[in-house]
Design a protein around this ligand. Structure first.
Ligand code: ZN
Length: 137
């Protein structure tokens, strides 16, 4: 019991002033795990080495004492994550829209017009230039 306490004390002292885990480190760990799984299925050692390098980098960040730099890295990562998530969301929305809508271009002004599917032949009026044209939806 005493030994355990001493070990804990040592750990706490070791972690003092260290940066700790942030979102970027968690992301690195996740990628590490993916690489490890891939390395199990791949004959090439690339994924294994990549996993090792990523793990070392993740731990380097966690145990780092340069908080400012690590914080900046994390902010950059979060910014990047937001962009990727936004794009993904947009893609998903578009896919969902495509299931229920057709997107036509106005032959006159090239304005994109969304038309619900499955209505047969319909007349479309362009909201921009008021040009009318017929399409099958
Ligand atoms: Zn138009």
């Amino acid at each position: 019991m005493k030994k355990m306490n001493k070990l804990r004390e040592k750990m706490i002292r070791f972690m003092q002033g260290r940066y700790g885990v942030d979102q970027f480190s968690r992301f690195l760990m996740a990628i590490t795990l993916v690489c490890m799984v891939l390395s199990l299925f791949s004959r090439k050692n690339v994924f294994y080495y990549l996993a090792v390098v990523l793990l070392i980098y993740a731990y380097f960040r966690i145990f780092s004492k340069n908080h400012t730099k690590r914080y900046q890295e994390n902010q950059k990562y979060l910014q990047y994550e937001r962009v990727v998530k936004g794009k993904w969301q947009k893609q998903k929305n578009q896919m969902a829209q495509r299931k229920i809508c057709h997107i036509y271009k106005c032959p006159k002004c090239k304005q994109k017009i969304r038309v619900p599917r499955g209505k047969g032949k319909i007349m479309i009026t362009c909201p921009k230039c008021h040009n009318e044209f017929q399409k099958k939806s």
